[in-house]
Every structure is written in C-alpha cells, then in structure tokens.
Design a protein around this ligand. Sequence first.
Ligand code: AMP
Length: 399
Amino acid sequence: MSRFSEHHFKNEKALIRVDFNIPMDKQTLEITDDTRMRASIPTIQKVLKDGGSVILMSHLGRPKNGPEDKFSLKHLVKHLGELLPGTTVFFANDCIGEQASMTASMLKPGEVLLLENLRFHPEEEKGDEAFAKKLAALGNVYVNDAFGTAHRRHASTAVIAEFFSKENKMFGLLMEKEVASAEKVLHHSASPFVAIIGGAKVSDKILIIENLLEKATDIIIGGGMAYTFMKAQGGKIGSSLCEDDRLDTALEILQKAAEKNVCIHLPADSIIADKFSADANISGSLSNDIPDGWMGLDIGTMACESFSRVIRNAKTILWNGPMGVFEMQPFQHGTKTIAEAVAAASGEGAFSLIGGGDSVAAVNKFGFENKVSYISTGGGALLEYFEGKVLPGIEAINN
Ligand code: AMP
C-alpha cells in the first residue's frame, strides 16, 4: 500500500471510488444532503493540484434492472462542478465501454470524469473480475475513498485492487481518517474505554457487544434494547420493546461481561409513556418495574446522571445508537445528555468516535458535531469493523 498524501499524481489518472450515494428528492431529483460529496473533495483536489486527472466512480441507490433515470449520477454533475470551481467535469453515461475509455484516455491534467452508476451493471455487486478489470483499465492509480461501502466485496470496492501494484493502490484522505479513527478505538484505546450502545434491537448489536467485551472497560446499554436485558433479569417492563427470543443472549452477555471484568451499565430508570407518541401521557419509573400498558421510551434522570459520570471519566469513547426515541421531543433528553457528556469528555482529552446513522443524526441535531473527536461516515461498515470483521475494502488495499 502506498500513502495517498505522499503520492505525487503529476500526469497520472487516479481512479477514485467515492461514496456519492446521497439522498435526493424523489420528485425533483434535487440533492437534499451533499455531505458525502463534500467529504470527497479534499482527495479530488489533492490529485488535481498535483497535476493529475480524476476519474470518479460510485453507486447511487439500489437500481434493480439496469439503468434508471432516478439513479443516474448525471444529476450530480452540476453540483460536483460547483464543489470544484474552475474544474471541467465530464460525464460518461456508462461506467465501462467505449465512451468511458475514450473520455478517460483523453482526460487532461486538472480535469475530472464522473462515471455513470456502477450498479447499473449487476457485475458490480457480484464482484465480477472481468467487470473490475474493465474499470481498472480506465486509470493507472486506484484510490478507495468510500468507507461506507468498505464492508462489501464489490468490483469497484475490493476486486479492482487486484489489478494495481502495491504502489498504485491506496486509501483516499477520507478513508484514511476513517480507518485511523476506527483502529485507534479498537486496537489502541486508552483506558477507560467506554462503549455506548443504544438503539432499538439487541439482535442488531449482539456481535458488536460481544467483540467489545474483549476491548472495552465499560459498556453502557440504552435505548429500546435495554428492556430485553431488564426482562431477562426478571424485571417488569410493561409494553416496552423486547425481543423475547434474545433473553438468553442478554443473560449470556451479562455473564461473559462479569467473567471478563467489563462493567455493563443498564439504565436504572426510564421515562415511560402510555403510547408510542409525542403526545402520550408521560411518567418516570424504575426500568425493571414498568407498569402494564406503559413503555420505556427514554432513559431516566438517575440513568442520565450515572451514565454521564462513567462517560466523563473515559479516555476512549465509542457511541452507536440513541438512548431513546430522540426523534420525538419528550424522549430526547437522554440522548442529548449523553451527547453532552461525550462532548465534555472529548473537551477534556478523550478520543470519541461516533458512528452508525442514528447516533450521528443525534449528535448533529443537538449541535455537538464539532465537539466530538470523529464522526464516521460509514454506518454499516463501521459496525462490521467493530464486530471484528475484516472489511474487504480495507483488506484489498492492505494486501
Ligand atoms: P438503531 O437503528 O437500532 O440504532 O435504532 C435506532 C432507533 O431506535 C431510533 O429510531 C429510536 O427511535 C429507536 N429507539 C430508541 N430507544 C427506543 C425505545 N426505548 N423504544 C423504542 N424505540 C427506541
């Protein structure tokens, strides 16, 4: 592997896998959030500044049977031009084939070519070698800057790397940061390492909790998943979210944590409601003594205090998943309090990594995005990394 920042791209054609899978308005096809596009700009600019040219490839949405206008990357060309002022941006209406090869071969230093949606070809998701080889032929250096798809072994995210020598394949600046932050937390964490896991379901988070039992000193469990743990220990949880087929798993996790000296923190109390609605009647309760007909929708005051204390003492923090139904105003206090504690600990020198869709949305919603150490752009990829899996997109560059 070569280091992107040390590579000089003069007269080279960098084939960059970016993540332009951005949200767009279904009717007008206007971009509603360009965060992922903006995140790739420093990588593109570095190549252009060095005197190289850039060929961008990405997927967008989930096209099922070939090309579909609503998933076309042509809708992104104008905005890409605005993000790269003074740069000519070409578009190829197929990511392989004659037009793509011709435009790529005629590309001059300082110019950019955006290829049409990779997933218009089913070979992309199948990781087809012949398709990857055709893509590879478009450039002479391969740069992977799409952490969001690093957990997929697709043609453009992993297989393509086989066609480049060690010196000519590398992570882009965004991917470098993502990988460095994730590695810092999982492999070089300063103690105490507090993992905060929330969200709806235990079943989605079992693997990550199990892997973290090997690494963390404390695991805070909040959100809907906490009630499966409460019930497993004999608590009364009313009509709170519960996965009855995971009660044994919850007990096993508690048992393993005790053996490994990892402290599991569950919310002592909850904000409860008589229906799943912002206009429900609201009360407070111990989390293991919730009356029938009521459900826990946020962590309570005592839990907020004790969780905050643990977080404020941390040197390394990983946060995935909200503490309650933070989308509804009456149940956002717990998640906001945790965001505050994470921001405060980060201000005092802890390294904090926030990842996974909803916790990122929460940190942004409450305005703490500049007060934490790193917010990951890769939801599923980050989760799989913390589950201890080898990500094909990372492995392909490292090997
Ligand atoms: P996840 O995608 O698993 O991280 O779950 C996030 C979702 O969990 C959010 O939409 C929250 O509203 C929801 N959630 C968090 N706490 C609760 C709870 N106590 N009861 C029901 N849903 C919850």
